[in-house]
Every structure is written in structure tokens, then in C-alpha cells.
Design a protein around this ligand. Structure first.
Ligand code: FAD
Length: 480
């Protein structure tokens, strides 16, 4: 078998790009073997680092001609294995395709390349009093292309909606090598919402090259409140009460004890002592609107049996509250060598019930689980702790994850709120969709990618003998 250096396909690929932009050797390629869901790994044939849209187009056309599977990779922060490479395929690292093409502060839009880091968009438009609303906790590193592929959310998506609500237009190279443009700076479009169809496709249609994104005015002021509760169900019920009251906060988040302890240890966040769960509620908008909503929020929280309610004293205190929340996923890494971040959704009114069940199952199965989540969306993020070095531990964690996903569907929710299906949850897609719906989804994918080379093995459950999907480092994904 030819080595990477002598592989004729890699040799031809190298001719498409300047020297040094086809990564060679085990050490360079190893960094791309998985995304943030480290339980799924595969070795790509090569990793390419384009710098221009034309280079991306040339690589995709090469893959089409060679029938080589490829995966676009932003920053590899996907928690569902969506950016894991296809064994023997090409990884197209998009980080350098990241120019800001145009900022139109009058129209409140920006045209940017897909490899731009999410937070860099808001930084670039801040001087105009504008921001890009979708704010995944990974905003400082993840890319717009990854946000588009997974229809990413974030704490403030309760009020503003997901990535799909903010992408007005797209230029993409499809897996066929064709370059298409959908939508544009205006919301008035011809026909169905083609841009919306592309957002959330998990890289199965092709590669987003650039996007026209909507910008919003920065809120005039914030009012951020921490409320501590004796248990997570009470916190969940408080969320239902806030929503039922008619308030629409910018964000409503919950963190459970394990995650709170981890955040305190990692970034010295200050949270109310003696509480099993903390609710973070943030009002934002004009001074008048926030002042009016504040009184209503106080009343709802007072009635929700909190142990303590503590409004942020100032902007520094607010930033500290958010730092603890936004660091929670990485902080939990201090508690356990490995963990799965699950991403199911339940109707908000059933949050308390769902959390109670998860707690029962976690105790019954002996698997530690910390909940940190965008409660306002009903979006659960149970962090399921395991040690990959202990035989059977990963399987137990996956069995709990599987039970939680099925519960979400039974309760009228979904198997993913914002992290996508990826390779992690593909076995559960048929739990949500019936056979006719599955056929329809496959036909849509085939319309964009008849060869099935774009991010092969993701989202759809593989046929029994299909070896194309990334291998699990343990055994097969749980069927629980
Ligand atoms: C600490 C932490 C916190 C997180 N918090 C959140 C959160 O609050 N909300 C949330 O939604 N997610 C969150 N995530 C998950 C992740 O950051 C997001 O899903 C993000 O959108 C992934 O972006 P990325 O650039 O890292 O994409 P990658 O992980 O590199 O790729 C993800 C998917 O996008 C595809 N893709 C990448 N670029 C392109 C492109 N140009 N064209 C087509 N497809 C492309 C890949 O093929 C893959 O399918 C978090 C992750 C971490 C590690």
C-alpha cells in the first residue's frame, strides 16, 4: 500500500495547492482524527488547508472526479462527531477561508467567508453598535461554517432564534462541484427557503463558502439574575413559570451541582452556596423595557421557592456569571477523563419531569450526569461522565444517553437542539422520522450529492455492511 507521501491521489491533490497546504505525516493528520466528541475517530487520507474559495471549489471538484469522500472542518468543536473524518477521505480545513467581504451597517448585514470565527463577526461590527446574535458557548473558536452546518444555537437563541434565523444568503460549492448562491441581503426570496434548507445540513450537501448574515443592534442594557434552588426540578419549573408569565428574556440557563462545582474550581465563578441547581435569567433591551420586565421577573422568581436570588451587581459581575456558564463544558473535564455532551429537547413545560427522570436513571445506572443547558429552549445538555479506560464505562454512558434521547422524542421533543445528529445520534434518526420521511430526507441529500461523498456516514444510519462511517473507539453506538 502506498504511504501518504507516495499515494498517487495525494500527489495529484498536492498539485492543486501551494506547497505545505496538504498536511502530511501521522503527527499532522492526527489532530484531525476526531472533533470534540473524541469517542469517534478515523484516519483521513489527507488534510488540505485552502485559503481561497477557488481552492475549496477545486478540491471539491477533485474529490468528485476521484469519488473521494470529504468532510469540511471548521474548528472541530462539534460535539456530535459531525466533523470526524471519513476513513481514507479528505478533510478540508476551512479556517483560513475567513475574510470579511463587506459590512453594510445601514442594511445591517455582513458578507463573510465561512471559516470566520463566530465571535469575530460581532467584534468586527461592534463599532457600528451591531452584533451577530447566535452565540454558542464555543463562539470564541467555532466557525460560521460549522454554525451553518449544525444550525448552532446558544444562550441568547431563546430570544433571537438559531443560526438559520440570521443567515440570509449563502454561496456554496455542492458535492457535485457546482457553485450555487441562495438568498441574499433581503429576506424577500424566490420560492422556498433555499438558504434555510442548506442551514443544518451537517455538511452533507457541500461546503458553504460565504454567507450574508443579519446583524442586530446591541442591547442597550442587561439585567442578569442568579437564582439558586434546592433541586434541579424546581429550577426547571421556574423556567416554565417564567415562560408562562409572558416574559421573553434574552437567555434562561440552568446549571446543576456537578457543573457548578466544576465551574467554581475552574474559573472561580461565584454561585449561591448550598444549592443543587442555579438558574441564570437575563433580560435585555431598552432601559424602559428591562425596568418593566424586571419587576415581573422578580415576582415570578419569588414565587418559585428559590433558596437565593442574586442580581448581577455590575457588568463585571455579569461577565463572571457568564464566564462560569460558558466554561462549564470544559470545566467538567476536571471531574472526569471523558464525557458525552447530550443535546436533546423537551417541551419547556416538561423540563422538571425530564430532569427528574434523568436523575433517577443516572443513580440507577451508576453513571454520573451533570445538567447544563439552555432551559428557555427546552434544550437539555446532560454531561454524561465516563472513563474511556474502564471497560464498559463508555457503553454505560451511551446507554444512558440513548434513554434520554428516546425520552425526549416520547415527550414531544427532538434528538438534537443544536449540536446536530452527526455520527453520534444517527441510530436515533429513525426514532424521530418514519420510513417515508427517512426516504424523503435521503432523496434531498442525493439531489445535492448524488455520489454521497460529502460527509459520508453522518446523520443517516449506515446500511449494515457500510464501513464508510467513522469507527467508534469503543463498540458500536448504543441501541438503548
Ligand atoms: C465548549 C463547547 C461549547 C459549545 N457550546 C455550544 C452552544 O452553546 N451551542 C451550539 O450550538 N453548539 C455548541 N457547541 C458545539 C459546536 O461548537 C458548534 O456546533 C459549532 O457550530 C461547530 O463549529 P465548528 O467550526 O467547530 O465546526 P466543526 O466541528 O469543524 O464542524 C461541524 C460540522 O460543520 C461542518 N462544516 C464546517 N464548516 C463547514 C462549511 N464551511 N460548509 C459546510 N459544512 C461545514 C462539518 O463538516 C461538520 O459537519 C459547543 C462546543 C464546545 C466544545
Amino acid at each position: 500500500m502506498p504511504t501518504l507521501a507516495t499515494n498517487p491521489v495525494v500527489e495529484r491533490l498536492r498539485r492543486l495547492l501551494p506547497t505545505g497546504r496538504v498536511l502530511e505525516g501521522d503527527a499532522q493528520v492526527a489532530a484531525y482524527e476526531c472533533d470534540a466528541l473524541t469517542a469517534f475517530r478515523a484516519t483521513p487520507l489527507a488534510v488540505v488547508v485552502p485559503e481561497t474559495q477557488d481552492e475549496v471549489i477545486a478540491i471539491v471538484r477533485f474529490c468528485r472526479d476521484e469519488r473521494l469522500p470529504f468532510v469540511a472542518r471548521g474548528s472541530g468543536t462539534s460535539l456530535s462527531g459531525a466533523a470526524a473524518p471519513v476513513p481514507g477521505g479528505i478533510v478540508i480545513a476551512m479556517n483560513r477561508v475567513s475574510r470579511i467581504i463587506r459590512i453594510d451597517s445601514q442594511q445591517r448585514v455582513a458578507v463573510v467567508e465561512a471559516g470566520i470565527v463566530n465571535a469575530a463577526i460581532s467584534m468586527a461590527v461592534a463599532a457600528h453598535g451591531l452584533h451577530f446574535a447566535p452565540d454558542p458557548s464555543s463562539a470564541l473558536i467555532c466557525t460560521l461554517g460549522g454554525n451553518i452546518a449544525l444550525n448552532a444555537g446558544g444562550a441568547h437563541c431563546l430570544k433571537y432564534g438559531m443560526t438559520s434565523n440570521h443567515v440570509l444568503g449563502l454561496k456554496a460549492v455542492l458535492a457535485t462541484g457546482e457553485v450555487v448562491t441562495f438568498g441574499g441581503p433581503s429576506r424577500e426570496q424566490v420560492g422556498p427557503d433555499w438558504t434555510g434548507l442548506f442551514v443544518g445540513n451537517e455538511g452533507l450537501f457541500g461546503i458553504a463558502l460565504e454567507a450574508t448574515v443579519q446583524l442586530l443592534p446591541k442591547p442597550e442594557c442587561f439585567h442578569t439574575v442568579l437564582a439558586g434552588y434546592r433541586n434541579v426540578e424546581q429550577a426547571g419549573e421556574a423556567v416554565a413559570a417564567i415562560v408562562a408569565s409572558g416574559l421573553l428574556p434574552g437567555a434562561i440557563e440552568i446549571m446543576e451541582k456537578l457543573a457548578l462545582d466544576a465551574a467554581v474550581a475552574a474559573v472561580h465563578a461565584e454561585y449561591p452556596a448550598g444549592c443543587e441547581a442555579v438558574l441564570i435569567v437575563e433580560l435585555e433591551g431598552t432601559r424602559e423595557a428591562v425596568a418593566a420586565d424586571r419587576a415581573r421577573l422578580d415576582a415570578v422568581l419569588a414565587a418559585s421557592q428559590p433558596v437565593e436570588v442574586r442580581p448581577a451587581r455590575d457588568a463585571v459581575d455579569r461577565a463572571a456569571i457568564w464566564k462560569g456558564r460558558k466554561s462549564a463544558f470544559s470545566a467538567v473535564g476536571r471531574l472526569s477523563p471523558d464525557f458525552i455532551v447530550q443535546d436533546g429537547v423537551v417541551p419547556r413545560r416538561r423540563l422538571g419531569e425530564a430532569l427528574r427522570k434523568i436523575g433517577e436513571w443516572s443513580r440507577e445506572m451508576g453513571v454520573r450526569c451533570a445538567n447544563v443547558f439552555h432551559a428557555g429552549d427546552g434544550n437539555l445538555h446532560p454531561l454524561i461522565l465516563y472513563n474511556g479506560a474502564v471497560p464498559g464505562d463508555l457503553q454505560r454512558a451511551e446507554a444512558l444517553a440513548g434513554r434520554i434521547l428516546k425520552l425526549c422524542v416520547e415527550m414531544g421533543g427532538s434528538i438534537t437542539g443544536e449540536h446536530g445528529v452527526g455520527v453520534e445520534k444517527r441510530e436515533f434518526l429513525p426514532v424521530m422520522f418514519n420510513p417515508d420521511e427517512m426516504d424523503c430526507l435521503r432523496r434531498v441529500r442525493a439531489a445535492f450529492d448524488p455520489l454521497g461523498i460529502a460527509n459520508q456516514g453522518k446523520m443517516f444510519p449506515p446500511a449494515p455492511a457500510d464501513a464508510s462511517a467513522p469507527a467508534h473507539s469503543g463498540s458500536a453506538p448504543a441501541q438503548a
